[in-house]
Design a protein around this ligand. Structure first.
Ligand code: 9D3
Length: 236
């Protein structure tokens, strides 16, 4: 799967996505990361890409021309989806990650300054996306978050035969607590049931723990889960 990122800070993307699991996936040819510097496409002789907003107001806007030309350079005449990273977008979710993982190629547009001239957004943007209701300094971190969430769904990037890749969040409960050696640490013992070898009881305990944890930490998810499952955890 190909990820193109249109940005004024391509090094940030390369640094953030070039290492660890996604770096290895790129080396294996399972994904590619193409960070494009919008400034390389300005026709302004001093490399300017921003200007004052008509009507006044704080700060500067990215101009239409370099954004459009950068997009055309990667898109050509393909109808690749263009995802605009904006606090005014729909909140990115696991369901959206799954939807986007079905595409061959995606273009992420990262704004800076106070935003981008509306006219170019009208022409190229297919999806307006946010990562949540808090204010960041630009769209680069949101693009990296979304690429990470999408790329791990590409077959082979993880051990994608494992259904846990797509499950857990999708099935609506938080995960149960986990323990490794030693059996006792700082005076805390591993729950005895996990050492019993009784797999049916262990599964029952894990479901109970997942339910308790969801009630305590994510009452919003708990409301939704209760409506779709009975007390044994079976789908209604
Ligand atoms: C002048 C009003 N500001 C909105 C509160 C303008 C503004 C602030 C911050 C415009 C852009 C930004 C930078 N943020 C992003 O580009 C961004 C973002 C975010 O800040 N939070 C969550 N998701 C995203 S996606 C892109």
């Amino acid at each position: 799967m190909k990820f193109h990122i249109l940005t004024l800070f391509p090094e940030m993307i390369e640094q953030g996505l070039g290492t660890s699991i996604l770096g290895r996936a790129a080396q294996k040819g399972l994904i590619s990361i193409n960070a494009v510097n919008i400034r390389d496409y300005t026709t302004e002789k001093h490399g300017k890409v921003d200007d004052y907003p008509y009507g006044g107001g704080a700060g500067m806007l990215m101009q239409a021309q370099p954004v459009y030309d950068a997009c055309q350079a990667v898109r050509g005449d393909k109808k690749t989806r263009v995802l605009y990273m904006t606090p005014q977008g729909e909140t990115f979710t696991q369901a959206k990650a799954q939807e986007l993982a079905g595409e061959e190629e995606l273009i992420f547009l990262c704004g800076h300054y106070e935003g981008i001239d509306e006219r170019v957004l009208e022409e190229i943007v297919t999806d307006h996306l946010s990562i949540g209701d808090y204010v960041l300094t630009g769209g680069e971190l949101p693009a990296m978050v979304m690429i990470d969430a999408i790329a791990r769904l590409v077959p082979g990037v993880l051990h994608n035969d494992d259904s846990s890749v797509t499950e857990s969040f999708a099935d609506g409960l938080l995960e149960y607590p986990q323990y490794s050696r030693p059996e006792e640490w700082h005076g805390k013992k591993v729950p005895a049931i996990l050492l019993s070898g009784h797999h049916a009881n262990i599964e029952k305990w894990r479901l109970e723990q997942a339910m308790l944890r969801t009630q305590e930490r994510r009452p919003d998810l708990w409301e939704r889960w209760q409506k779709t499952h009975d007390h044994s955890g079976t789908l209604k």
